[in-house]
Design a binder for this molecule. Structure first.
Ligand SMILES: [Fe+2]
Ligand SMILES: [Fe+2]
Length: 261
């Protein structure tokens, strides 16, 4: 692998607004940026709750090479066989090994093998195992099979994300954070060469509360009644990052994409 590799990563796709945003904007992004790989986080793609095989297929048809997930990975039980059988989709590696799916995978394109590792934070999320040990074993597993490694760290705590960025600096091409649905302003190349951002943000309606209809979110916060969340739909945006590598374990640039759909 001699030449620079471009990776487009799209943050948590939320509901139909998010799906339409990514499917609508992706053709233009493919033309203007010519990424070698497109990775999206799809944990909220099906009505905010998980992903279905049909949605995954729509994303692949639009040019997506790999899908990462998070704490909503198993919300659609009809996706479970896909998680076991489809090597293009990963759920957090530090979930129980007995859960459907895999936490690390390799996607190959134009002779380049890209390792994709998905991890969950431990603070505020139900992950079975500590994330740093899972990161080390995931990278060990991918190291011999891939030319470069991309990590989606799906976590609530900014401190866990920053810690993992430092822990993996110089060992992977990129560590990007997801889950909070709010983009952070700290995209940079760490001293060891790893591209890093604490949170990429989400792809969905900016008129809600992190993708949820705002009246429903406010109702749940002003009562003790159960509220079924529905995704918001108006003012959709795509939040993503574009990473250009400098070598197998280093990046030259990380550029934030914040685009109205
Ligand atoms: Fe999410
Ligand atoms: Fe999440």
């Amino acid at each position: 692998m001699n030449s620079a590799i471009k990776i487009l990563f799209v943050g948590d796709i939320v509901g139909s607004a998010g799906r339409h945003a990514v499917l609508g904007l992706l053709p233009g992004l493919l033309t203007s940026h010519k990424p070698d790989f497109v990775i999206v986080n799809g944990e909220n793609a099906a009505g905010g709750r998980g992903i279905t095989p049909e949605i995954a297929e729509d994303l692949y048809s639009a040019g997506v090479d790999a899908i990462t997930l998070g704490n909503h990975a198993y919300r659609q039980s009809k996706a479970w066989p896909m998680l076991d059988e489809d090597p293009r989709i990963v759920r957090p590696a530090n979930h129980f090994r007995s859960n459907p799916g895999r936490g690390a995978t390799v996607v190959e394109k134009n002779g380049v093998k890209l390792g994709v590792l998905n991890l969950s934070g431990n603070f505020g999320l139900d992950a079975a195992h500590p994330f740093i040990a899972a990161a080390d074993s995931g990278i060990h597993e991918l190291g011999s099979k891939s030319d470069l490694i991309f990590v989606d760290f799906h976590a609530e705590a900014t401190s866990e994300k920053i810690a993992l960025g430092w822990h993996l600096d110089g060992r992977v091409a990129a560590v990007v954070g997801t889950h909070t649905h709010v983009p952070t302003a700290d995209a940079r190349i760490l001293p060891g060469g790893t591209a890093y951002i604490t949170d990429v943000g989400m792809t969905g309606s900016r008129d809600g509360v992190i993708g949820v209809e705002r009246d429903l979110a406010i109702k749940s916060m002003t009562s003790n009644l159960p509220v079924r969340f529905e995704p918001a739909s108006s003012d959709p945006w795509l939040n993503g990052v574009l990473i250009t590598t400098a070598g197998p374990d280093s990046a030259a640039t990380i550029e934030q994409l914040l685009l109205p759909a």
